[in-house]
Design a protein around this ligand. Structure first.
Ligand code: GDP
Length: 302
């Protein structure tokens, strides 16, 4: 797991610096731990929740050794993640139990890694023997369509597009149509993410959904929000905004390779109760991992 290396050293290194030379967990250590978690972008509310749980355990066990703090922290974070990610098993690139075609609509603001994540998803589904069709419905961001087409070529999947500045819902319609005709397992629809025009975005996403439903009434089966994990609290703010605009069923958190802020995943998962399905750990098509809460906690704290 080369990708999470930096997030990994961060929380643990800071914690080991705090407990060095101290044998028992005390108020001061917990205060420092609180600061570490907040500075690691876990978020204030979630941090307080974790600290409270640890305090309760320290209270119960009276003289908790500092050497156990790491384990306790890991257990409590894992428990917290488990509450919102109970379905790790389903978060794979298998589609055996999914409706066919499975329509995944992807949302997120420009620059978070939306197109890259779609390319990586296409690669992974394809690798698992699934037929994938992509819909280039981000017709607004300059070069978004070309970029998706490039990914399509690279991975070897069909991309439906009408060029730039065309009607996104019409692209989505045609992508579903092509997906059905070509017997696709997964249809992934890229969308524009202009958050500064919230009402417009809401209308646009709503329209895309309605038009897709004309051809496939149950579409989209999943709406995935892509967040840039390296932007810390900005990612949290974006999640808040998007959940107001449309129903979000899953999250992909990108750029966890280039940051010491992997902690943001814990806060986001806790605040939004939306499962984190994938994490991006690089720019290449192999650099997408199915989110596994235990593995994630291990790399963060080990
Ligand atoms: P979009 O505007 O949301 O579609 O963003 P792009 O997919 O174009 O990605 C923006 C930039 O982030 C590109 O340079 C990508 O290569 C890069 N990127 C995307 N995901 C990751 C990731 O997981 N790790 C790293 N290091 N870079 C990423």
């Amino acid at each position: 797991d080369k990708g999470l290396e930096k997030s990994k050293s961060s929380i643990f290194d800071k914690l080991s610096r705090v407990i060095v030379g101290k044998s028992k967990v005390d108020e001061e250590i917990l205060d420092e731990l609180e600061e570490i978690l907040i500075s690691s972008d876990v978020g204030v509310e979630t941090t307080l929740k974790i600290i409270k749980r640890i305090e309760a355990r320290v209270e119960r066990d009276k003289f908790t050794n500092t050497s156990e703090l790491d384990t306790i922290l890991r257990e409590e974070v894992a428990a917290l993640l488990a509450e919102n990610n109970s379905q790790d098993v389903q978060n794979s690139f298998e589609t055996a139990n999914l409706p066919k075609p499975y329509v995944l609509m992807v949302v997120g603001v420009n620059g978070v890694g939306k197109t890259t994540t779609i390319g990586k998803l296409a690669y992974n589904f394809q690798k698992n023997g699934k037929k994938v069709v992509l819909g280039a419905a981000d017709t607004f961001r300059a070069a978004a369509v070309d970029q998706l087409k490039l990914w399509g070529e690279r991975v070897g999947v069909v991309v439906i597009d009408h060029g730039m500045n065309t009607d996104p819902s019409s692209v989505a319609y045609d992508a579903i149509k092509a997906g059905i005709e070509q017997n696709a397992d997964v249809i992934i629809i890229d969308t524009a993410g202009r958050l500064h025009t919230k009402v417009n975005l809401m209308n646009e996403l709503g329209k895309i959904k309605r038009v897709m439903q004309k051809i496939l009434p149950e579409a989209p089966h999943e709406v995935m929000l892509v967040l840039d994990g390296s932007t810390g609290q900005n990612a949290v703010i974006q999640a808040r905004e998007f959940t107001k605009v449309t129903e979000i069923s899953s999250l992909a958190v990108t750029k966890l390779d280039g940051t010491a802020k992997g902690g943001v995943v814990i806060g986001i998962s806790d605040e939004f109760k939306i499962p984190v399905k994938y994490i991006g750990v690089g720019e290449k098509m192999e650099d997408l991992q199915v989110f596994n809460k235990m593995a994630f906690v291990e790399t963060l704290f080990n």
